[in-house]
Design a protein around this ligand. Structure first.
Ligand code: AVI
Length: 322
């Protein structure tokens, strides 16, 4: 773990080995094997994700940053002064930096992130840039109900920042549950700034998840490396391949790890058999039209107040309120 910067207290609610073992056991016992994409993000997984964001095919990050560069001032004006900014899944911090630069007298910045190292690295950098903004990092799974740390002064509103189209990594029912949970956490008068990837040419979407340099492939396979190391499973990593295909009907990239041979995998005292060519689902990356997303938000009791987009309408940043 990297050094904790002075005066920043980490609220650590990281899941332990038993939680992960349980999750994997349940995922492999299912008829269609499935593991949650949050298992990608150990230290190496987070670093590989950062590298994915730099790949020429992965348009999402570049486009969202461009939207923030053009509209962060307007977004900050929409939020107003004395905001407590809660970020779900803190990434490299570039987009957050753009937002914090424009916010007037923010009350606190509360990043909530499962990867301890990624969390502390990004918060250390932001603390140097914004010495007057109290930093309150929470190491936790943001899909679970959250107790926000007490702020040193009352915010005018709590705004949840959820960039990167991470919402797309959840199936509709779960995405609605998470949006509803955020609605509770932001309380009356609050809002959500969410990054949402939009439907477009399927070939462009598919290329983003199959980069020529093979970084996404490595990222996907790293989940198995991580499980072998952390919970003692014995996936034969060499005998799995990465597969990411766009399902146009469902409007999502479906990423799977496909076993290239018959193999048995031990998880604790249990053994799970993989057939040759059996696919284990590891991630969905949903793409939305503006109408799809508004409809999903309304099911969580939220209305889209404002939308910012790039000129090609590849990606959107949306402000949701009650
Ligand atoms: C974090 N999340 C929005 C990324 C995505 O596009 O679904 C994760 C990712 N998986 C493969 N490439 C990037």
């Amino acid at each position: 773990m990297s050094a904790q910067p002075k005066d920043i207290r980490l609220d650590d609610r990281h899941p332990d080995v038993d939680d992960t073992l349980d999750t994997v056991r349940r995922g492999l016992a299912a008829k269609q094997k499935k593991l949650p994409s949050r298992l990608f993000y150990d230290e190496r997984g987070s670093a590989l994700f950062e590298a994915i964001c730099e790949q020429p095919e992965y348009y999402l990050t570049r486009t969202e940053i461009a939207i923030m560069r053009d509209h962060a001032g307007d977004i900050a004006d929409t939020l107003g002064h004395d905001v407590r900014l809660v970020e779900y899944g803190s990434g490299s911090g570039i987009k957050t930096r753009m937002l914090l630069e424009h916010l007037e007298t923010p009350v606190a910045y509360v990043p909530v992130e499962i990867s301890r190292t990624a969390l502390m690295e990004s918060v250390a950098e932001l603390a140097t840039r914004f010495p007057d903004v109290p930093m309150q990092p929470v190491c936790a799974d943001f899909t679970q109900p959250l107790r926000l740390p007490v702020a040193s002064r009352s915010p005018r509103r709590t705004v949840i920042y959820f960039p990167g189209s991470t919402i797309g990594n959840f199936e509709t029912k779960e995405a609605i549950r998470i949006l509803r949970q955020m609605r509770t956490e932001m309380s009356v008068g609050g809002g959500i700034i969410v990054g949402v990837d939009l439907k477009k040419d399927p070939a462009a979407i598919e290329a983003a998840y199959n980069d020529a340099a093979g970084v996404t492939r490595e990222f996907t396979l790293n989940m198995l490396v991580r499980l072998n190391r952390e919970i003692g499973t014995d996936f034969d990593v060499e005998a799995f391949r990465h597969r990411a295909r766009y399902n146009a009907l469902a409007g999502r990239i479906e990423t799977a790890l496909v076993s290239t041979k018959r193999q048995d995998v031990h998880v604790g005292h249990d053994v799970f058999a993989f057939r040759e060519d059996e696919a284990m689902q590891v991630e969905y990356s949903c793409k939305y039209s503006l109408e799809d997303f508004a409809q999903m938000a309304s099911k969580a009791g939220l209305a889209v107040e404002k939308v910012w987009m790039d000129a090609d309408q590849k990606f959107s940043v949306q402000y949701l309120v009650r």
